[in-house]
Design a binder for this molecule. Structure first.
Ligand code: C2E
Ligand code: MG
Ligand code: MG
Length: 560
C-alpha cells in the first residue's frame, strides 16, 4: 500500500481521538486528512451510512449518514462503487465511492480504496459508540432516567436555557418498606418495581422542562415545575404494582418518602440537591411521609454530621464520662443504686446527652458509645471495690439500636469479665419502645443477662405502648416510671393516680422493682410513696453527680 495512505490513516485515527465526543467531528476529521489521497485516487465524493442496532448503553439504535466531497466534478451515481461492511455484531456500514467524472478505477486502485473505506467505517462506528458511551455516562442503565452526573449536567443546561430556579420544586424520594419488599419478593421483583416506579415518573413529567434521576438503589431525584407539583404528588401516592407469585396476583401499593424543596431564585443545582437532601433526611429521621425544606434543617443535619465526625475522637480522648445519679429507697433513705448518665466534657463543661445522643442514635456509633459507658462504669466499680468501698448496682442505658448487634450480650459480658465485675452490680436500661421493636432479640439478651445475674430494666415506662403480654413474657427486673407520669400526679387528676397505683401493684406482684424517675418535690415524694413506688431517682435527692461526688455518697449512703 502506498505510504501516503498510511499517513492518511494515521491522521484520521489521530483526529478521531481528539473528537470522539460528537459524530460531526468525524465528518470534519475525514475531510482534510483524506484530501491528498482523494486527489491521488481521483476520488470525488464518499458517503457512509451506518446502522447501529440498539445497544445496552443507549437502549436505542441509530442511523447516521456522512458525506464528504473532495472534488466538485463528481461522477453520476451509476459510476459509484458501493461496498457494504458488516461488523458482524451490531453495526453495518454502506460506503459509496464516487470517482471524479470520467475516471475509471483500476483493480489496483480499487484494492486501496476498499481498504480505505473499511477503515473509515471502523473509525466511524467507533466514534458512534464513543458518543453513545459518553451519553450513557449520564443515564441510569436500569431505568433509563438520568443518573447522578446526568442530573447535574441536565439541570445546569436547563437553567442556562433560561428556565428560572424559582419556577421549580425539587424532590428527593425513596420507596418505603424496601427492606420488606426485598425480603418478601427478592431482588428480581424489586428491580422490576424500581423500573415500574421510574417509568411512572418518566411518563408524568415533561422531559423538555422537567428532570427525573435515579441516584442509585431506590433513591430518586426530581425537578418539577411548581405548577405540576400536585399532579406529581398525587401520582406518587397512587403507584401500584402487581406481583405474580405461584399464580397468585398481589397488588402492591408502592409508597414513597419525600423531601421537598421550593427552589429559591438564583440557586445552583448543588444547593438545590443539598437542601432537598436536608428535607429528606429530616423526613427519614422523623419517619414522616413528606417534609418540606426549612432553613433550620440545614443546621440540624450539619450538627448531626459534625457530631458523628468528632465524637469518636472525643471518646478516644476520654472526654466522655459517666455522671452518676443516685437511686434512693423512699422509706429508709438509703442509697440503693445509681444510673450512669453520659456527659461530654467540652471546654470544662459537661454537655448533656440531649445535645448529642439523639444524633448518634441513627448511627451504629451509638453501640460503641454505650459499650464505652459500660466499660467506664466497670472501671469505676473496679476502682471502688479495690479501695474497699462497697458499690451499689449501677444502671447503664442501652439504645434500642444496639439490639441489631448480634453479639451484644457477649460483648457486654466480656466487659464485665475484663474488670472482674459481678453481674449483680450492673443493670441495663432499655427504653420502653425497644421492647416491641425487636422482641426476640431483647428476649434473648435478657436471658443471657439473667444467667449472669445482670438486671434488665424498662426505662421511660409510660411513654410508649407496652402491652400486657410483654409484662408476662419479658422478665425485666425493674420498671422505671417516666418523669411525665410523676409530673401528672401533681395535676390532681385522680385517673393518673389510679393508673400509676394499678401498675405499681401489678409490678409488685410480678416481683418487679419500680423506680420513680424525676421526683423533684416533697409532695411528689409523698404521693409516690403512697402509690408503693419505693425507689426514687430525682433531683429531690440528687442530680447526676461527677465521679468524686458520687464516691462521697457511696461512703455515706444515707440521706437525711
Ligand atoms: P433517662 O435514661 O430517662 O435518664 C433520666 C434523665 O432524667 C436524665 O437526663 C436525668 O438527669 C433526668 N432527671 C433525673 N431526675 C430528674 C428530675 O428530678 N428532674 C428533671 N427535670 N430531670 C431529671 P439526662 O442525663 O439529660 O439524660 C437524658 C437521656 O439521655 C436519658 O434519659 C437517656 O435516655 C439518654 N442517655 C443518657 N446517657 C446515655 C447513655 O450512656 N447511652 C444512651 N444510649 N443514652 C443515654
Ligand atoms: Mg435511663
Ligand atoms: Mg428514663
Amino acid at each position: 500500500m502506498d505510504v501516503r495512505i498510511h499517513e492518511a490513516y494515521n491522521n484520521l485515527i489521530h483526529s478521531l481521538d481528539l473528537h470522539t465526543d460528537e459524530l460531526y467531528a468525524l465528518y470534519t476529521a475525514t475531510r482534510e486528512p483524506l484530501r491528498p489521497l482523494a486527489k491521488l485516487y481521483f476520488l470525488a465524493k464518499i458517503t457512509i451510512d451506518v446502522e447501529l442496532d440498539p445497544d445496552i448503553f443507549t437502549l436505542k439504535g441509530g442511523k447516521a449518514h456522512l458525506e464528504t466531497t473532495y472534488d466538485e466534478n463528481v461522477a453520476d451515481r451509476e459510476h459509484a462503487r458501493k461496498v457494504v461492511y458488516d461488523s458482524g455484531l451490531n453495526a453495518r456500514g454502506i460506503v459509496h465511492f464516487y470517482p471524479v467524472a470520467g475516471h475509471e478505477w483500476t483493480d489496483e486502485e480499487w484494492v486501496d480504496l476498499d481498504t480505505l473505506g473499511w477503515t473509515m467505517y471502523l473509525c466511524f462506528s467507533r466514534a458512534r459508540l464513543m458518543n453513545n458511551l459518553n451519553r450513557a455516562k449520564h443515564l441510569d442503565i436500569m431505568t433509563g432516567l438520568l443518573n447522578n452526573s446526568g442530573i447535574n449536567k441536565a439541570a445546569g443546561a436547563l437553567l442556562r436555557r433560561g428556565y428560572a430556579s424559582e419556577d421549580y420544586v425539587s424532590m428527593f424520594l425513596n420507596i418505603r418498606n424496601m427492606k420488606i419488599l426485598n425480603r418478601s419478593y427478592g431482588n428480581h421483583v424489586v428491580d422490576r418495581i424500581i423500573r415500574h416506579f421510574a417509568g411512572c415518573i418518566y411518563h408524568a413529567i415533561d422531559t423538555d422542562k422537567e428532570l427525573a434521576a435515579r441516584l442509585g438503589g431506590d433513591n430518586f431525584f426530581l425537578i418539577i415545575l411548581k405548577e405540576n407539583r400536585e399532579k406529581i404528588l398525587k401520582l406518587l401516592k397512587n403507584i401500584r404494582y402487581t406481583v405474580e407469585q405461584d399464580g397468585d396476583k398481589t397488588e402492591l401499593h408502592i409508597e414513597s418518602r419525600i423531601g421537598l424543596y421550593e427552589c429559591d431564585p438564583g440557586i445552583s443545582i448543588e444547593q438545590i440537591m443539598q437542601r432537598t437532601g436536608y428535607a429528606f433526611e429530616t423526613a427519614r429521621r422523623a419517619a414522616q411521609d413528606m417534609v418540606c425544606y426549612r432553613p433550620e434543617m440545614q443546621e440540624r443535619v450539619l450538627h448531626q454530621k459534625w457530631i458523628t465526625l468528632v465524637f469518636p475522637e472525643a471518646l478516644a480522648r476520654k472526654e466522655v464520662v459517666p455522671f452518676y445519679q443516685p437511686k434512693v429507697h423512699a422509706k429508709t433513705r438509703q442509697l440503693v443504686g445509681a444510673e450512669a448518665l453520659i456527659r461530654w466534657i467540652r471546654d470544662g463543661k459537661p454537655v448533656p446527652p440531649g445535645e448529642f445522643i439523639p444524633y448518634l442514635e441513627h448511627d451504629s456509633l451509638i453501640t460503641k458509645v454505650d459499650l464505652y459507658m459500660l466499660e467506664a462504669v466497670c472501671r469505676d466499680l473496679r476502682g471502688w471495690i479495690d479501695m474497699g468501698i462497697e458499690p451499689v448496682r449501677i444502671s447503664v442505658n442501652y439504645s434500642r439500636r444496639n439490639f441489631l448487634r448480634k453479639t451484644l450480650a457477649e460483648d457486654t459480658l466480656a466487659i464485665l469479665d475484663r474488670y472482674g465485675i459481678d453481674g449483680k452490680f450492673i443493670e441495663i436500661e432499655v427504653t420502653e419502645s425497644s421492647f416491641y421493636e425487636d422482641f426476640q432479640a431483647l428476649f434473648d439478651f435478657t436471658q443471657k443477662m439473667h444467667d449472669r445475674g445482670v438486671a434488665v430494666s424498662m426505662d421511660d415506662f409510660g411513654t410508649g405502648y407496652s402491652s400486657l403480654s410483654m409484662f408476662k413474657n419479658l422478665a425485666f427486673d425493674v420498671v422505671k416510671l417516666d418523669k411525665s407520669f410523676i409530673d401528672s400526679l401533681d395535676s390532681g387528676n385522680c385517673k393518673d393516680e389510679i393508673v400509676v397505683e394499678s401498675i405499681a401493684s401489678m409490678l409488685t406482684r410480678l416481683h418487679t422493682d419500680i423506680v420513680a424517675e424525676g421526683v423533684e418535690t416533697e409532695s411528689q415524694l409523698g404521693r409516690v410513696i403512697n402509690l408503693h413506688c419505693n425507689i426514687i431517682q430525682g433531683f429531690f435527692f440528687d442530680r447526676p453527680l461527677p465521679y468524686q461526688e458520687f464516691q462521697n455518697r457511696l461512703q455515706h449512703r444515707v440521706y437525711a
